[in-house]
Ligand binder design. Sequence first.
Ligand SMILES: Nc1ncnc2c1ncn2[C@@H]1O[C@H](COP(=O)(O)OP(=O)(O)OP(=O)(O)O)[C@@H](O)[C@H]1O
Ligand SMILES: [Mg+2]
Ligand SMILES: [Mg+2]
Length: 504
Amino acid sequence: MTGLSYREPTPKTIAGVKEDWEIVIGMEVHAQVASAAKLFSGASTAFGAEPNTQVSLVDAAMPGMLPVINRGCVEQAIRTGLGLKAEINLRSVFDRKNYFYPDLPQGYQISQFKHPIVGEGEVLVDMEPGVARRVRIERIHLEQDAGKSIHDMDPALSFVDLNRTGVALMEIVSRPDIRGPEEAAEYVRKLRQILRYLGTCDGNMQEGSLRADVNVSVCRRGAYEKFRETGDFSHLGTRCEIKNMNSMRFIIQAIEYEARRQIAILEDGGTIDQETRLYNPTKGETRSMRSKEEAHDYRYFPDPDLLPLEFGQELVDEIAAGLPELPDEKKARLVASYGITEYDAGVLVAERANADFFEAVAEGRDGKAAANWVINELFGRLNKEGHGIAESPVSAAQLGGILDLIAKGDISGKIAKDLFEIVYNEGGDPAEIVEARGMKQVTDTGAIEAAVDAVIAANPDKVEQAKAKPSLAGWFVGQVMKATGGKANPQAVQKLVKAKLGVE
Ligand SMILES: Nc1ncnc2c1ncn2[C@@H]1O[C@H](COP(=O)(O)OP(=O)(O)OP(=O)(O)O)[C@@H](O)[C@H]1O
Ligand SMILES: [Mg+2]
Ligand SMILES: [Mg+2]
C-alpha cells in the first residue's frame, strides 16, 4: 500500500519492418550485503584494499576449512525481504553451484537454489506522478561472490584477486513484469533506493555493490496478456540475458539494442537462441558470451558442510519492528502532511537524508514554501558544486530562519535569495544578518510613499504616458524597488503607485 493511487504505464512498442513488437524484461539484481565480514568467514569486505589481503583460509578453500554462516548477513536478507513486502522462509537451504573458474577457488559457489531465504514480494516502479508499475519479485537468495580475474595488467599474464571471494550477495530476481527500457532503469533506481533506506546494501554501482543481469525478450501484441492470465511462458519470446550491467544509461541502451536485434531476426524468419550476452558501451552493441547449448550444468546439490538455515518467526518480527519508513510510505505521508506535490515529494524522498532535512525545515512552517526552498534553492545550489545534503553549509535551522523572515514580511522573496547566498557562503544567523546589514523590507508606508513621490516628481513625462497607458505603472514600481534597494514591500509599492497615478 502506497497511499497514492496510480495507473500502470503502457508497454513500450517498437515498430519493426513488418509489425509492432512489445518488450518483456525480467531482472536479476546482485546486491552486495552491507556487512563488515563475508558470508561464511570473518574476512573484511572493505572496498579498495590491496589484492589478496582480505582472504581467510575458508575463502581460499584450503582443505578442511569449514564455512560458518554470518548471522548479520542473514538478518540483512530478512530485512531486505520485509522491505520488499516479501514472504520470509523460516527454512532455506544452501546449495553448491559447481563450475570452474580461476577466481573461484572452491570450484563451486555456495548459493540457494530450490529453497531461497525470501519468496514473493514486489517493487513499485514510479514512472511519473500517478503512473507506476508493480513489478513482482520472485525470490531473493543469498550467495557468495567470486573473486576477480585481472587480464589487463600484463599482456602475457593473468592475475587473480580473491578479496571479493565469499562476500555476501543477495540475488533479487524479478518476474518478467518490466515493459520497457526506461522502466528497467527505474526499477533498478527504485530497488537501490529501498536497499539504501533499509541499510542492507550501499548501492554503489561504480564499486560493483549493485549489478544487474537484464533478461530481454520480444513478443507480438496480446501475447504478454495471455502469459499473465495463464502463467505459461510459451506465450513469451525466448529471452537473452545481458550480464553485469552497472549503469542506468547502459541498461537503457543495451535493452533497446537487444530488442531491435531480436526483432530483426524474427521478422527475417529466424529464431532467437537463448544465450548470455555482454553489452559493449563503446560500440553500443550486445554480443554473445555463451549459448544455451554450451550452458553450464551446475549440478546443484545441498552443501554438505552447511545445515539448512532455520530461524524462528520471532527473529522476523523483531527485524520487522525495527524497519524504517520506506520511500513509498514516506512520499505519501509528505504529500498528506505538508500539502506538497507528489513530484516534489518524489524528489525529496530520493535519499532519506534529503527527506529528513526537508521535514526539519517544514515542521511548523508552510510546507510548499519549504519544499520550494529546499529543492530549488538548496539542492539546486548543492548540485552545482556536486555536493550532497551531508555537505550542505546551510543547516535546516538556518533555512527555516530565512523562511520565517519571509513569512513575517521582514524580507521580500528577492532579498531572501541574497540572504540565502550570504548564509551559504559565510554562515550566520539569518535574522541577525538581516538586522546587521539593513536588509529588512520597508513596510513603513511613510518611507515607501516618499520614495514613490520622488520617482513621480522626477519623471513627469512618464506620468503623462502612464495615465494614458496604465500598464506603465509597472515601470514606476520597478524604479521604486530599485531606489529602495529591493527592500520595499512590492505590494505596498504597487498600491501606492496606482493610487498616485490615478490608474487601475
Ligand atoms: N521470456 C522472458 N522474457 C524476459 N525475461 C524473462 C523471460 N523468462 C524469464 N525471464 C526472467 O529471467 C530471469 C531468470 O532468472 P533466474 O535467476 O530465475 O534464472 P537464470 O538466469 O536461468 O539463472 P542464473 O541465476 O544462473 O543466471 C528472471 O528475472 C525472469 O523473470
Ligand atoms: Mg539468477
Ligand atoms: Mg540469470
